[in-house]
Design a protein around this ligand. Structure first.
Ligand code: PHE
Length: 446
């Protein structure tokens, strides 16, 4: 069977970075940093990303590239007659849940983009963009339609396949995102009063850390590299055997960290310069950025452009979330790709409706004290992702033969076996221990 493949290594890196970079860095990290005390949180997040994130990313790559199969089949091939394929099923399940609320936020961005073109965002009463945000997202028909359109866009690209769909879209969208971000950061850090925001973002106050925030930082590190749900297994299964996994992984982690920095630098100076609350939660960027852009010459044009790019970043992540479902459903019968994309996409849309309504008619419907939207996000980001990451680390480092791992990891690169040993050590001991410790802490064990 002739399986689709990435056309080039750069295409793979941009698509994988496209999956990694998205709402995690631009929407979530700023507000979670804001509610978790600022700089200290960000530093812990960086440490987790560099040390644990990179090693896990490589672990997922090894599984996918070795087998050239989608997750369930990949785990079955590497560990026949065992239950490890359940990790693949868990990944697919988590991805569906994740995409269900991810697409809701994608819809908000789409709504903002359209409104920015039609003047529906300018000059709210008293310059209060937070209230404007609340009123927009509780408008069911508008955000509901946008939610649906966002899913349809995702389906349209994914059904076309790897090279013609996902790779082509990512190679245009990602470089454009970097450019516009640079413009935004320059304006943001030169606002009057910007320093206080930069300090909040980069100066760590260690007293704000506790087990809960550390687990959050861990979840956030996995979330923003798309780890723990076997998405990177899926993407790397389309990678040619010639390419170096390690170099690709470094590029992807580097790009994600870079964007996370830029996002913080774009947002926090604005928060403080305009006297807003950094801890206001999911609406943060929607309240802050319109205010920052209104201070820029041709601000409304730049804001539209920015929203368009943020929409791209969100879409490239959504592609990967749907791709894991589609690649698994159509592996035996590639001609089923289109059907799988449509059925999967629509089912995920329906699953997302209660999340969408959480900001309107269902806002009083609380499950364990929080809205449906927040609970699904919490379940995926802070439980399923770290759990998946734990299982993948254990599977790769304890379940597979070191010689196989070394062969796959170092193929096409000039790195020494020393690198391999350090990597294996991290996967075997440090990563599982860190995840376990964070879980136990949240359960109040110590
Ligand atoms: N990494 C994406 C983001 O930061 C979210 C994501 C998580 C995508 C897990 C796929 C899998 O927005």
């Amino acid at each position: 069977m002739n399986r689709d493949q990435w056309h080039s290594k750069l295409g793979f890196i941009l698509a994988a970075a496209g999956s990694a970079i998205g709402l995690g860095a631009v929407w979530k990290l700023p507000y979670v940093t804001g509610t978790s005390g600022g700089g200290a949180f960000f530093i812990v997040f960086l440490l987790f990303t560099i040390l644990l994130g990179t090693s896990l990313l490589l672990a997922e790559f090894v599984i996918g590239r070795r087998t050239q199969k989608p997750p369930i089949e990949a785990y079955k091939e590497l560990a026949p007659r065992s239950s490890w394929h359940l990790v693949g099923i868990l990944g697919i399940f988590s991805s569906c849940l994740l995409l269900s609320f991810y697409a809701v936020v994608g819809g908000w961005i789409l709504t903002y983009f359209i409104r920015s073109l039609t003047g529906g965002l300018t000059n709210p009463p008293d310059g209060d963009y937070s209230t404007l945000f609340q009123s927009i997202i509780s408008n069911h028909w508008e955000v509901g339609a946008a939610h649906l359109v966002f899913i349809l866009l995702t389906i349209l690209i994914v059904q076309k396949g790897i090279q013609k769909g996902i790779e082509r879209a990512s190679t245009i969208m990602m470089p454009a995102l970097f450019l516009i971000f640079a413009v935004l950061v320059v304006r943001s850090v030169t606002l009057e009063g910007a320093m206080e925001g930069i300090r909040f973002f980069l100066q760590p106050d260690l007293s704000s850390l506790d087990g809960g925030t550390i687990l959050f930082a861990l979840g956030q590190a996995f979330f923003s590299l798309s780890l723990g749900v076997s998405i990177m297994v899926t993407y790397s299964s389309y990678l040619s055997k010639k390419e170096s996994l390690v170099r690709s992984a470094f590029s992807i982690v580097g790009l994600s960290i870079f964007i996370a920095f830029l996002a913080g630098l774009a947002i926090f100076p604005g928060v403080f310069a305009f006297g807003l609350e950094p801890s206001q939660g999911p609406g943060l960027i929607f309240a802050v950025l319109p205010a920052v852009f209104s201070e820029i010459a041709f601000g409304s044009v730049f804001f539209s452009l920015f929203l368009l790019l943020l929409l791209f970043a969100t879409l490239t992540s959504a592609f990967s979330l749907l791709e894991i479902v589609v690649s698994s459903a159509s592996y035996q019968r590639p001609e089923r790709r289109r059907k799988a994309a449509w059925l999967g996409g629509i089912a995920i849309f329906l699953l997302g409706i209660p999340s969408n309504l959480s900001y309107g008619v269902l806002s009083d419907w609380l499950i364990f004290g929080d809205t449906f939207f927040n609970q699904v996000d919490f379940l995926v980001s802070n439980i399923l992702l770290p759990l998946g990451a734990f299982l993948i680390a254990v599977f790769v480092s304890w379940g597979l033969k070191p010689s196989t791992l070394q062969d796959e990891l170092l193929r096409g690169s000039s790195l020494s076996t020393g690198f391999f040993r350090v990597w294996l050590f991290f996967l075997r001991y440090i990563t599982p221990a860190a995840i376990l410790a964070a879980f136990l802490d949240v359960l109040g064990v110590w």
